[in-house]
Ligand binder design. Sequence first.
Ligand SMILES: Nc1ncnc2c1ncn2[C@@H]1O[C@H](COP(=O)(O)OP(=O)(O)OP(=O)(O)O)[C@@H](O)[C@H]1O
Ligand SMILES: [Mg+2]
Length: 487
Amino acid sequence: MTGICLHSNTPVVGQGRSWFPRAFHTLRVRLIISVALVHVVLMGQFTWEAVDRQSHELRQEMVNQGRSLASLMVVASTNALLSEDLASLAEVTRRVGEREDVSYGEVVDVRGFVMASTREGRVGRKVGPMIEQNDQFPLNEDDRILDLRDEVIIDSSRVGLIRLGLSTKNLENALAETRNRGIQYILLALVIGSIAAWLLSLAVTRNLHDLTLAAKRIGEGDLNARVDVRSQDETGTLARAFNLMAASLHRSSREIELEHRKRTDAERLACVGEMAASIAHEIRNPMVALINSVKLLGNEQLSAEDHKAVSDIVNTESNRLQRILNDFLMFSRLPDAKLEQGDLKVLIEQTIGLVSQDPLYADGISFDCRYEDDNSCLFDSDLMRQVLINLMLNAMQAISGEGKLTIRLQQLNGRLNVSIVDNGRGIPAEVMPEINKPFFTSRKEGTGLGLPVVQRILAQHGTALTITSREGSGTEVAFDLDVESNG
Ligand SMILES: Nc1ncnc2c1ncn2[C@@H]1O[C@H](COP(=O)(O)OP(=O)(O)OP(=O)(O)O)[C@@H](O)[C@H]1O
Ligand SMILES: [Mg+2]
């Protein structure tokens, strides 16, 4: 059997079908109904015409037969009418009456008296109003008789009348039989047509169904999905075109992937080089300070006061080294975010508790927090803590002295907006494009990895940091979070 089948490693999942009322919208049902209707209409028309034609022919034939019989009666009755030979006339009607299709036959004299009849009790009676028309088919619904009349004329004068009635029973039966046969043919055509339409629709829609499944799988990212083409018809052509399209899609996607990989490899290498240079630059100063201090500490003539001063330098510089390495590790090996529903207010309060312990920047800074009634949203608690620490520390470092840090949570467009505003020194416009770059810093003791880490963590939360600032007035950093899981 011709057709197309799916072939792929992934099993094809059957689709649930509701047959009512959607069934009437399917191609299969529409095709069956259309073909069945065409069959019924054509066969109905054909049958109706056949019955009509047969009815006309049979009636014509009956009229001809009746006329012949009436003429025969005229010939057989002429002499008997002249001689008023009732016995001969009775013989004529008796013979006529023997015919199965004769309903009645009568000979009437010129005055209108019945002289012989196939019907009992009619002889001697005066017949009612004469039939005006010959060849008359049923005068009314109940009268199933063809009424005929013929005159007996001798030397141009009428001497009598023949009245003949032929039963239309045979004609009706023949027509009924034709009609019934026609109905049988209509039903047969209906059944055969529906089966043929069903088989046809099965072949067409199954192919379309396979194509739909393959297209769906490609849409879901499985570019290996193909349809197995076996039919040579239009759906086969469509399936072949589909396979070509899928193959070229697959090829293009592989090329793009390769290109992307090449580019990211190159970018990564460039980035690694850049970072290596930055790290070397960052750690060179503390390392030089450390080496010199260690040399000095080896000098036995060093006074106790100088010894303490040099020890302090060793302490500060090794802490600085450790911080640079920690920041760098955080930046280069950021763990994947595990988003969970949590109360951001609690995390903010904890973080304020942490940063307000900072001996260098916390003095003189007041925190103003404004929350919503419901501050629940989706975040990775460890990573979000890092974000808040980096942003709050940046704000505190920008204030350096007396100042205010406002933290506001706000429900906006179905998301929770987080905003941290400081009234510190602000960011100069020319510096603004640089601040998100790794290792950019305007602070002597900064590494310039704080904001890049924040941006990477926020990207994992499906959001980004926006920074608005006016030099001399302050800075606002903001981002928003999903309030609940979308799927
Ligand atoms: N709230 C702010 N106000 C003023 N300037 C800011 C603010 N936040 C960031 N900056 C500027 O952006 C620069 C980069 O910030 P980032 O947090 O990346 O590094 P850093 O703070 O200098 O060093 P690190 O955070 O690694 O210790 C800062 O040096 C500072 O110039
Ligand atoms: Mg910082």
